[in-house]
Design a protein around this ligand. Structure first.
Ligand code: CU
Length: 315
């Protein structure tokens, strides 16, 4: 599903190459050092008895030269590694020509994803799923609402911190279609490990189609039960935190639910997006993710199943 050793884009490849370079150089240095150590121990045993004072002075000079050469080689090697690190950093910081801009906000314990657009009506909010077109560079602009999080999609990019009150940014570019997983990589509270996300890289047309579908307001409920579920939703606490575009629910402190049924998982990868999982989540999120910012809703069974019918209709 994800591995920093199997990069899926030019930028991630560069990071993987840098890592392999550091590993290879360190391995060679390690082998040389150990070889010299073994050689020195064996030689010292042999020569300890034989040496007179004149020979010792000569050996001293020789070892000074050896230490000097060793130190110089060490400095050169480290300088070479540092230079390669700076070069890769400089290449990665080069801003691409026409990136797609996506704002990523960290929350305890989910990711808010917003596609930037000069036209306010074309801005799109979703959660825990990052969809991008294959081949196009995407500029991710990070911030956090609460504590420091770290955004990490091992196959596609290195880690990047999300810091409250500040923005950081990183370019991501994926050259093959696929679904890759990511994870918050900084301890941000008890449910830190259940703060996952998925990256969906799709050909440009598929991405555009997805974006159009997501921009549409929520579908009107089609069945009697879903209609009742909508009423339950609108009359419960849900609308204090969630929004459903096209309805009166417009709160922004929790994931946007306009197209919740189109997502594969809920609660940042904690559960599959199935009716039964939705029901147990709404009933008692604290059992699934203790410490998450959604309270339990003690709904009667009828209301709960109607509510779930409504949520699953939000394609
Ligand atoms: Cu986090």
């Amino acid at each position: 599903m994800h591995s920093a050793l199997q990069p899926v884009g030019p930028r991630a490849e560069l990071i993987a190459d840098l890592m392999l370079l550091f590993f290879a150089v360190s391995a060679v240095v390690y082998v040389i050092v150990i070889a010299f150590l073994v050689w020195a121990i064996m030689r010292a045993r042999e020569r300890a008895v034989q040496l007179g004072p004149a020979a010792t002075a000569q050996a001293d000079r020789k070892s000074k030269v050896a230490v000097g050469v060793g130190a110089a080689l060490t400095v050169l090697t480290l300088a070479g590694l540092a230079a390669s690190d700076f070069i890769v950093g400089a290449i990665l910081r080069q801003p691409p020509a026409d990136p797609l801009r996506v704002l990523v906000t960290g929350h305890q314990f989910w990711w808010e994803i917003e596609y930037d657009d000069p036209v306010p009506g074309n801005r799109l909010r979703t959660a825990n799923e990052l969809h991008i077109p294959v081949g196009r560079p995407v500029q991710l602009i990070f911030t956090s609402r609460d504590v420091i999080h770290s955004f990490w999609i091992p196959s596609a990019m290195g880690k990047m911190d999300l810091i409250p009150g500040r923005t950081t940014n990183e370019i991501i570019q994926v050259s093959q279609p696929g679904t890759f997983t990511g994870q918050c990589a900084e301890f941000c509270g008890f449910q830190h490990s259940k703060m996952r996300l998925t990256l969906h890289a799709r050909p440009a047309e598929e991405f555009d189609a997805w974006r159009q579908r997501q921009l549409a307001p929520a579908r009107e409920p089609q069945t009697q039960e879903a209609r009742r579920g909508q009423q339950v939703f609108m009359q419960s606490s849900c609308i204090l935190c969630h929004s459903v575009q096209g309805t009166a629910a417009a709160a922004t402190v929790a994931p946007d639910l306009t197209h919740i049924a189109s997502r594969r998982t809920i609660a940042a990868g904690s559960l599959p997006n199935t009716p039964s999982a939705l029901a147990s989540w709404v009933l008692d999120p604290q059992r699934i993710k203790p410490g998450s910012r959604m309270p339990a809703s003690r709904l009667p069974p009828d209301d709960l199943s109607a509510l779930v019918a409504y949520l699953t209709s939000l394609q």
